[in-house]
Design a protein around this ligand. Sequence first.
Ligand code: UMA
Length: 456
Amino acid sequence: MTVIPENRTELHVTILGFGDSGQALARYFCQQRKKTSITIRVLDTKPREQFEVIDPLIQFEGGPFEGKTCVPTDRLFVSPGIPLSIPLVVEARAAGIPISSDFDLGLEKTREPYIAITGTNGKTTTTSLIKYCLEANGTKVWVGGNIGTPLAEFLIKPQKGATLILEASSFQLEIVPVRPPKVAVFLPIEEDHLDRYENFEAYQAAKKNLMLASDKKTIGVFALDCPIVSSWIAQFPGHVFGFTHGSDEYPGVEFLVQIIDKSLVLWEKGKKVILDLSHYRPFGEHNKENLAAAVCAARACGASLSACEKVIAEFPGLPHRLEFVRKKEGVYFINDSKGTNPGSTIRALQSFPHNQIILIAGGKDKGSDFSLLASLVSTRCKVLVLLGEAKEKMNRALGDLAETYVVGTFKEAVLLAYQKSRRGDIVLLSPGCASFDMFRNYEERGECFKKLVAEL
Ligand code: UMA
């Protein structure tokens, strides 16, 4: 039990991690101090000099967590990047301290309906597509979560009447959401973050917490072709919507979207409607899946078909996701820096013709199995350029399957890829790894690629 005196009037909160979510939480509690007395303690492994501490009353402690304790405190908030398994959190939990996060608090303190989007790849694109479909329909929305804006920001500046559209990572779902979503989108689940989780099952279990939060009114949107999420349907308490590349025979699915070549076939209350995708710009089958998921979610929230059609015609795709950069001497340069796990690199490779890809891959390994890429590398890649921390592991898994080069710097990788390319080839940056060994984040890596390509 905590040992904070019973008769005190102030609230003690402790925040682990002072990144975007930790800082938003701290600002929220500072704002709350106008109404209640609150003590805010923040711990981050980085030194204090690296932060601008926003309020002199925040007790900031920088440096390693070893030897520190969060007992006593009334509530411990853990940033998504910090595992709940670290001793500091385990000790606090054992002492009966409620463990929370900005995502958790955000759902607790709001009453607005929310749409949560989870799965391994495609979450941000789907989140954005849902936003555009609802906006085109005149619905007021607020977008946040893993996409970039912490939910605590909404608590600081609430928007009355908005529908929350929240990209939910496995990290953010490790605590079961306190209230049911209006719509829960389950995109395909593949191996990722195995440096954080004990095994693939533990990663799946975190994503499944969104299902555990759902109730009979929740509309679940399922990737029917994914064996993992589709196996959850039998236990899902709410309405089932789904999308597939397969047939229209899905008993129990109330709203089905079939992806057939350049169209989406919608089966809604026995009626068939076709949405034409000839003008939909994002590359690849997976981007049609993201769109199908978004159409299901948008229809679940009452968006009209014409609102969805407007988005299909106008959505340009997102930066760093199979983003076309430049065509130089007949060679196409594509930036897929957000391809941070083998599953997303597989989708990128599937989006281009056989034996014409010069793949730049590698970065920080997340415990991934790179042999998952083997068959596509052997059929689609002319040349493989490997770099970063994972280069040797990738070379062992894939090096015999294409002409392979292991390089030291990002600049070398881009120059070599260009040198090896011929008219009609595709130079594709899709690392299959996180960026943190060489860059601040995947955005910085993608921007660096675009800059180097522009200089060629
Ligand atoms: N820190 C420690 N000790 C640790 C680890 C981190 O003190 O052991 C500190 C760091 O020094 C840093 C802070 O914690 O100061 C960073 O916290 P964080 O890693 O939780 O990152 P935030 O800036 O709060 O951003 C988080 C999400 N980050 C992660 O999940 C790693 C962001 O997702 C999200 O956009 C943001 O909250 C708002 O909701 C990013 C991400 O990489 C994009 N997500 C992963 C992914 O998409 O694969 C899940």
